[in-house]
Design a protein around this ligand. Structure first.
Ligand code: ATP
Ligand code: MG
Ligand code: MG
Length: 379
């Protein structure tokens, strides 16, 4: 293959393009918007909607293999492309990840527990919900991300109101669990079933959005690490998955591990691998889609990743400003990644910062200093 295509123009596509270009590939992005993060970096942009027949035909003409950076790319577009070119991950696997109902059924089929839940797709199903699921979190089955499409519901009245607010779309109601920690595991699986994984990530979310990732994950014992990795590998294998897959887990206060959700692509919690591992999650995506060998990434530096949300681009009075990058870049082991998004908005992912150190303490210390300079909450 000489040209690699990616569906979607966001920051994940941008970092994929960088990794592909490092290996000498030409890159093509299919994205309707002009000037997207990935299109800025790619050699060529096909500027159409995902399902546009002319756009898909152009992508086929231009590319030798295709992947996706966008979780909600229509599975039909991937199906169409797969008639002409190798596509990884496959449409069927992506479709499972796009639907919380199918996703949870797949966890169960893989022998991996998830939060107790009920599918709510009718008034009857709503009325039949067991009290044991409350207080709970109502999540739309499709299209949610960064905590959007989710409502915390304390009781039955709140649940009914929330489902009405969501206009009766198919949802899952999950029991609200008592979380000790959040983890994620990123695996890369090749066409012959060979699989490698990144070190387990420890994630802190704020307002439903990933804020901080720490690796090595503090406070985990070897058995918990092994269980998380084995679960993610089983989930990937039973999907016959080819590509990079991230599985998010909750570690409960009773010590048990349950799967939360998965993403059929590189993941925000794996961005540290660019600077802290000898093979990044984006390198693995390139290798998976081109049939190159998968080697197990080695963490060469403990790392802390801080997400840079658009909030940092506004002062207390709501005026737009630029964060003081010079002060941050004076810290040791700092790796600043900005995604080239012209317009900052609160909650919008504008970039991230990875702090590497000789020890976990050094990385954490640098991250706390960077956070203090930027006005981020300590962790
Ligand atoms: P992402 O941007 O990761 O795709 P999302 O919008 O799909 O996010 P989830 O991962 O389902 O949302 O949930 C977001 C966060 O809300 C979780 O990381 C966790 O902090 C909290 N959360 C979700 N489900 C539960 C639950 N059943 N019990 C307790 N906390 C939960
Ligand atoms: Mg999600
Ligand atoms: Mg999530």
């Amino acid at each position: 293959a000489t040209t690699l295509g990616v569906m979607g123009g966001g920051q994940l596509g941008r970092m994929f393009v960088h990794a592909a270009q490092q290996l000498g590939y030409r890159t093509v992005v299919l994205e309707a918007e002009a000037d997207s993060p990935a299109a800025q970096a790619a050699h060529h942009q096909v500027r159409t909607a995902y399902l546009d027949p002319a756009g898909l035909a152009e992508l086929v003409r231009e590319c030798d293999a295709v992947t996706t950076e966008f979780e909600n790319v229509p599975a039909d577009a991937l199906r169409e492309l797969a008639d002409h070119r190798p596509v990884a991950p496959a449409a069927a696997a992506v479709a499972v990840c796009q639907d919380r109902v199918a996703e949870k059924a797949h966890f169960a089929a893989s022998g991996v527990p998830c939060a107790p839940y009920a599918v709510i797709d009718s008034e009857t199903a709503l009325a039949a919900v067991s009290d044991t699921l409350l207080p709970g979190i109502l999540k739309t089955a499709r299209l949610g991300y960064d905590g959007k499409g989710q409502v915390r519901v304390a009781d039955r009245a709140a649940l009914e109101a929330a489902w009405t607010d969501l206009q009766g779309v198919t949802c899952v109601l999950e029991q609200r669990l008592s979380l000790a920690d959040e983890l994620s595991v990123i695996v890369a699986r090749g066409a012959a079933g060979e699989v490698v994984h990144l070190p387990v990530q420890h994630n802190l979310h704020r307002d439903g959005i990933l804020a901080v990732t720490q690796v090595p994950a503090p406070g985990l014992d070897a058995a918990q690490v092994e269980q998380a990795v084995a679960s993610a590998e089983r989930i990937a294998a039973s999907l016959d998955y080819v590509g990079v897959l991230c599985v998010e887990f909750f570690l409960l206060t009773d010590g048990s591990l349950v799967a939360n959700e998965m993403a059929p692509r590189p993941h925000n919690s794996g961005h540290y691998s660019i600077d802290a591992c000898d093979v990044s999650q984006f390198d693995l995506q390139v290798r998976c889609m081109t049939g190159l060998p998968l080697v197990a990434p080695r963490l060469h530096s403990p790392a802390v990743m801080l997400n840079l949300l658009g909030d940092l681009w506004f002062d207390a009075e709501g005026r737009e400003r630029s964060p003081d990058w010079a002060a941050v870049l004076a810290l040791p082991g700092v790796h600043l990644h900005l995604y080239g998004k012209a317009q900052a908005r609160r909650g919008r992912k504008m970039g991230h910062l990875t702090l590497t150190g000789a020890t976990p303490e050094a990385a954490r210390d640098a991250a706390l200093k960077a956070g203090a300079l930027l006005g981020l909450e300590a962790f």
